[in-house]
Design a protein around this ligand. Structure first.
Ligand code: ATP
Ligand code: ZN
Length: 283
């Protein structure tokens, strides 16, 4: 049985549960329950506050966990970071009152900075030769300057709107984060095998969402040119259409190259292009 720690409710929860579901792992989590298990994969869920996840995984109470890299870094626990998950992307930034001119980090020398991330901030300031008074608070960091608690803040930002509405402006990004899968360092052989299975499924889901299945029609004399634009998994599938002299070409293309390739395909004479999502992709 692989025990996974997941945030009970918060900014990681929805996407964590969605990923697990996309991996084909079903489970029921009753309202308010702290534990759940799956009936189709040997997995047990611990539903926790995100701050507790690195500690639980480091201690081996949970075998793996889904948590923000920011929390992993701050907690300084000895863990394996197995894979980046691509959601809950955010950054840890320094912000100062909006009406102040930013003159570089040196202006924070001797000033007080409120944060929930004293370790990440501390090592950033040290690396940059700045000594400030770090004021650790656990929530609502962004109001600290307006109530006279600190001169600046170091907080999680995604769009920056919370900072703006509190009269602050972002001046330096000190850490970038996303959700990661972490694992206990000393997993036994059985658990390692389950982790490999989970990882295989996660990669299939990730490959699927990074790629699209493409179908198009083309006159036969254009097949070679079009096939060269579509690398596909091996080579494109070519099927004859009922209309003489025409074929249907199927392949897979990467999301990042999508628009660039579509343009070239049209120029090469492709018609009736369909692009459909891929649920899972096994390489
Ligand atoms: P808990 O009650 O579990 O302690 P929390 O209030 O500490 O939750 P959340 O606000 O749910 O934490 O954020 C969890 C994680 O999601 C953060 O540590 C960070 O990695 C990421 N995160 C935070 N804010 C954002 C945001 N605005 N956009 C995207 N991801 C975010
Ligand atoms: Zn938290």
């Amino acid at each position: 049985m692989l025990r996974i720690a997941v945030q009970k409710s918060g900014r990681l929860s929805e996407d964590s549960f969605r990923l697990i579901k996309e991996c084909g792992i079903h489970f029921n989590n009753g309202v308010g329950k702290l534990k759940a298990s799956s009936h189709n994969f040997p997995m047990e869920f611990l539903l926790l506050r995100d701050d507790d996840i690195p500690g639980y995984v480091a201690d081996g109470v949970a075998d793996v966990g889904i948590v923000g890299l920011n929390v992993v870094e701050e907690k300084e626990k000895d863990l394996d970071i197995v894979v980046k998950l691509g959601f809950s992307k955010c950054r840890l930034s320094l912000a100062i009152p909006r009406n102040e001119e930013y003159e570089g980090l040196k202006m924070l020398e001797g000033k007080s900075i409120a944060t929930s991330y004293p370790k990440i901030l501390g090592s950033y300031l040290k690396k940059n030769g700045i000594s400030s008074d770090i004021h650790e608070i656990s929530g609502s960091v962004e109001i600290a300057p307006s109530i006279g608690l600190a001169d600046a803040v170091c907080d999680i930002v995604s769009s920056g709107s919370t900072l703006l509405s509190n009269g602050l402006k972002e001046v330096e990004t000190i850490f970038t984060s996303e959700a990661v899968l972490v694992a206990h360092k000393g997993l036994g052989a059985e658990k390692k095998k389950l982790l490999e299975q989970l990882l295989f499924r996660i990669r299939s889901v990730q490959n699927g969402s990074n790629n699209k299945y493409i179908l198009l029609n083309a006159p036969n004399h254009k097949i070679e040119e079009i096939a060269s634009l579509l690398p596909g998994m091996r080579s494109p599938t070519v099927l004859p259409l009922a209309t003489e002299g025409w074929s249907s070409i199927h392949s897979v293309i990467n999301e990042d190259r999508f628009w660039e390739i579509i343009e070239k395909l049209k120029e090469a004479g492709a018609e009736g292009i369909l692009v459909v999502p891929i649920e899972k992709m096994i390489l």
